[in-house]
Design a protein around this ligand. Structure first.
Ligand SMILES: Cc1cc2nc3c(=O)[nH]c(=O)nc-3n(C[C@H](O)[C@H](O)[C@H](O)COP(=O)(O)OP(=O)(O)OC[C@H]3O[C@@H](n4cnc5c(N)ncnc54)[C@H](O)[C@@H]3O)c2cc1C
Length: 371
């Protein structure tokens, strides 16, 4: 239909950046607001599922000149460090967000998107009289637009501003990430359990490995610091003790986030179209949040091309979002229950050892078809 719109995207992770890239490419006027400045590290396991590799190659959204490690095996260890390995049918590759997000922000600008970094959105209001949005930025600037895409991630001040129900509940989860150098096979993505959490290890570019875990706030409080918590809790799994002792840690200090919520959210709220984690966060053990953020942006950009008015766009987006993602999130939450406890993690390891096809089933239920 080709109606050109004026769109503001709040947040420049993968969901926001790919939305900005596609919408600008389709001729819309796009402004993206990101509170940080590229390039930057963020908490993420950086295992990217092959669900989106064709799309990224087609659109030249992968940084050129790098050999990204191809990953086709999965290792799972229970809390005691007993491990099993299975092949990964679909597989994926390792790529740092430091590189990937920066490259897509440049591609979005090449398509004509305006990217404002180092400033955050404080408030966003839909004005029904004018059928437009008013967006208030730090420093008192105000912008207006026809549409707003909410791509502000797991938890943002905008969620509290919109009074979204999940903000009323504190989340027990924290996320911690490092880049390390270590001698491990490049083609394996590993998930190692520890009491009440799990830690991933996989190669990214330039011989580095991503070491990223989902832990508990209560352990941090109990042990007082991240290094102490790691020694007292993560190292109970001998595989993790070995990784922490052998690895050369490349960051001065880890990237850390808290309040990671897996609660149900809604893909459209107060007329904002939510993409990526702001529509719902899949449990990280599935290694699929990045692909979902990219696919969500792809779905929404297509809807903008094929539907005329706000009502149609919102209804169609909710419908397609639920179709593609609702069950993946449910399944992810259910699978996460098998992690982080002694009996259930060794039960899960036994299941994978005796029924290797199970890991393929899990992947089928948490990933979409490549597009
Ligand atoms: C511990 C952990 C490990 C993970 N591992 C993997 C993995 O290996 N593979 C995988 O596919 N997925 C993984 N994920 C999930 C993945 O990181 C996310 O699903 C993905 O980053 C979602 O992208 P996004 O664009 O929605 O959000 P984000 O990447 O979080 O981007 C949101 C952006 O919005 C900005 N922002 C927020 N509020 C404002 C504001 N008010 N104004 C301006 N800007 C704002 C933030 O600065 C941020 O840059 C993991 C998640 C966790 C917690």
């Amino acid at each position: 239909m080709g109606k050109k719109r004026d769109i503001i995207v709040i947040g420049g992770g993968l969901a926001g950046l790919v939305s900005a890239y596609l919408l600008a490419k389709n001729g819309h006027s796009v402004r993206l607001i990101e509170k940080k400045v590229y390039p930057f590290h963020r908490v993420c396991g950086e295992y990217l599922s092959n669900e989106v590799v064709n799309f990224l190659n087609r659109e030249k959204l992968l940084p050129p000149g790098f050999a990204f490690p191809q990953i086709n095996r999965f290792e799972f260890s229970d809390i005691k460090g007993k491990a099993v390995q299975t092949p990964l049918d679909l597989g994926g590759f390792g790529i740092s967000r430091f590189l990937l997000d920066d490259h897509i922000s440049m591609r979005a600008q090449e398509m004509g998107a305006e990217i404002l970094t180092g400033t955050q959105v404080l408030e966003v209001n839909f004005l029904s009289e004018s059928d437009r949005f008013q967006v208030e930025l730090e420093g008192g600037n105000e912008l207006e637009s026809d549409y707003v895409i909410g791509a502000f991630g797991k938890r943002s001040r905008i969620d509290s501003f919109l009074n979204r129900p999940f903000t009323q509940k504190r989340s027990p989860f924290i996320g911690v990430k490092y880049h390390i150098k270590i001698d491990r096979p490049n083609q394996v993505v590993a998930l190692h359990n520890f009491p009440r959490g799990y830690c991933g290890l996989n190669a990214v570019e330039e011989g580095k490995f991503n070491l990223c875990y989902l832990g508990r706030r209560e352990h941090l409080r109990e042990f007082g610091s991240i290094p102490e918590m790691e020694q007292q809790v993560l190292w109970r799994n001998p595989k993790l003790a070995q990784i922490f002792n052998e690895g050369e840690f490349l960051f001065e200090k880890p990237e850390v986030i808290n309040e990671i919520s897996f609660e149900k959210k809604s893909p459209v709220e107060n007329h904002l179209l939510m993409v990526g984690d702001s529509a719902g966060l899949i449990t990280p053990l599935n290694g699929n949040g990045m692909a979902m953020a990219i696919r969500g942006a792809f779905l929404l950009a297509n809807i903008f091309e094929n539907f005329e008015n706000r009502n149609q766009i919102e209804n169609q987006y909710s419908k397609e979002w639920n179709l593609h993602f609702k069950n993946r999130l449910l399944f992810g939450r259910w699978i996460q229950k098998l992690f982080g406890a002694e009996t259930s993690s060794s039960f899960a390891r036994n299941l994978l050892a005796n029924f290797p096809w199970l890991s393929q089933q899990i992947i089928r239920n948490t990933h979409g078809e490549p597009f």
